[in-house]
Design a protein around this ligand. Sequence first.
Ligand code: PBG
Length: 344
Amino acid sequence: APRRQGERQTPLASSSLDLTVRPRRNRKSEWARRLVRENVLTTDDLIWPMFVVDGHNTRTPVASMPGVERLTVDQIVRDAERAARLDIPCIALFPFTEPSLRDEEGSEALNPDNLVCQSVRAIKREFPDLGVLCDVALDPFTSHGHDGLIADGKILNDETVAVLVRQALTQAEAGCDIIAPSDMMDGRVGAIREALDDNGFGEVQIMSYAAKYASAFYGPFRDAIGSAKTLTGDKRTYQMDSANSDEALREVELDIAEGADMVMVKPGMPYLDIVRRVKDTFAMPTFVYQVSGEYAMIAGAAANSWIDGERAIMESLVGFKRAGADGILTYFAPKAAEKIKAGA
Ligand code: PBG
C-alpha cells in the first residue's frame, strides 16, 4: 500500500514490500517443502564400499576414516547382511593386501583365492540377491602402489590392460556382479567387455570409473588399503587433471563406446559440475564416488562438533542427486540408509 507523507509508522509496517511473488510461501512448513521437493535420496541410490583384510573375526579402525573399519571376511559377511537389511542394493569391495603378498606386478590380483574373491563367494553364498561390485586396478596388490605395471618409471598401458582383463575374469569367476575398472588405462573397458563376453560372463555389468581425477582426496583410502606409504610419485600420468572438464566428456564417451553399462565420476563434491555435464550429455546411468577424503572431512569435522554431521551427510548426498547422479558410492551408506529408513 502507498504510504502517505509524514505518516508515523512502526518499523515493521514501514518495511513492508509490495511483492506479488514471494518464494518463501513454498517453504512455510515441512509439508509444503515436501510437496515441492525436487530430489529425494533413497536407499536405492547407495553403494557401500568396504575394506577387507586377512584374519578372523576382527574389525580394525582406519585412523583417517573415523567410523570405517577393515573387516575380515566373516565380518564382511555381517556387514553385507546389514546392507541387505537396510535395502542397500550393492556393496563394493577393496582389499588390504598383506605387504608380503605385494609385488611389482600385483600378481595377487590374479589369485582366485585372494581376499576379494573369498569375500565375493562368502557374500554370494549367504546373500545372492545383494549386488557386489569389484574394483579393477592393481594398486592394492603392487609393491609400488600404482594401478598398473611399471617399466623405466612409466606406467605401461597395454601390458597393464592385459593383466586387468585377467583380474576382471578372476573376480567374475568368483561371482562378482559389477566390474568397476578404476585404473584409468586407455582401452581397458573394451578389452574387459570382450573377455567377459567370450568367457560366459555376458551378464556381468561394467561400471567404469570413467572420469577419475588425480586427487588429494584419496589419501585416507590409501591408508585403508595400506598403499599410502609405499606409493612412489603420483598418478597424474593416468588419472585426470582436476582443471579439466571437456576431457571428462571424452573419457566418458570412450567408455560408453567400449561397452560400459554405467559410468562414474570421482571424486564427488569438488566435481559436481562434471556429474551434471556427464548426465546431461550422455543420459547414461551416472554414478559418483564420495571418496575417502570427503568422508574424512565430514566425519572429522562432525567428531569435533564443528558441523552437524548427520545433516552434513544428508546434504552432501542429496547434492549428488541434484547434480544428476543416479547413485552414490559412499562410506556413509549405512548411516544414510538408517536415517532414510527412520523417515528422517
Ligand atoms: C584404486 C582406487 C582408489 C580409490 C578407489 N579405487 C585410489 C586411487 O586411485 O589412488 C579411491 C577411493 C577413495 O578415496 O575413497 N585405483
